[in-house]
Ligand binder design. Structure first.
Ligand code: SF4
Length: 168
């Protein structure tokens, strides 16, 4: 069958997508985060609820919580970070594979929350980690976590969005 020039152009336009490998990889990453399994305080209960059947985080492809940081690319800091715990959180982050992302879930992870004046609480995960998304609340509900994950998805698909860092 003879294909005319304009038909060929239309075929190409409708059937070929040009993109960089990085763009394709980011699209895949953004639809399949592997969060590291750990929680620090009450906010972690809401994170666990998000993984249950009622909120069903697997609808979005984010249900593969990994017990090893080496298999994870997302850290959800859910709860109060004590000064004693902070070096361990940092170590878990350091062991995660690149590229990796951080969500600060709840007021404690954002700023120390109700314990901001405590002698033993770190005033926010972003004092030592590069936080990508902040989810306010005490605690945020599972829907808020899902919304935060979808915001992270947009950020990973469009890396031109500037990474917000308070320090470093
Ligand atoms: S933000 Fe509130 S619910 Fe979350 S860990 Fe802190 S005190 Fe608990």
């Amino acid at each position: 069958m003879e294909v005319r020039d304009n038909q060929a152009e239309e075929l190409v336009r409708n059937n070929i997508i040009l993109a960089s490998v990085e763009k394709v990889l980011n699209y895949a990453r953004a639809h399949s985060f592997w969060p590291v399994t750990f929680g620090l305080a009450c906010c972690a209960i809401e994170m666990m609820a998000a993984g249950g059947p009622r909120y069903d985080i697997s609808r979005f492809g984010y249900e593969v919580f990994r017990p090893s940081p080496r298999q994870a690319d997302l850290m959800i800091v859910a709860g109060t970070i004590t000064k004693k715990m902070a070096p361990l959180v940092q170590r878990i982050y350091d062991q995660m594979a690149e590229p990796k992302y951080v969500i600060a879930m709840g007021s404690c992870a954002i700023s120390g929350g109700p314990f901001v004046d405590s002698y033993n609480v770190v005033p926010g995960a972003d004092t030592f980690l590069p936080v990508d998304v902040y989810i306010p609340g005490c605690p945020p509900r599972p829907e808020a976590l899902i919304y935060g994950l979808l915001q992270l998805r947009q950020k990973v698909i469009n890396p031109k969005v500037v990474r917000m860092r308070k320090h470093g």
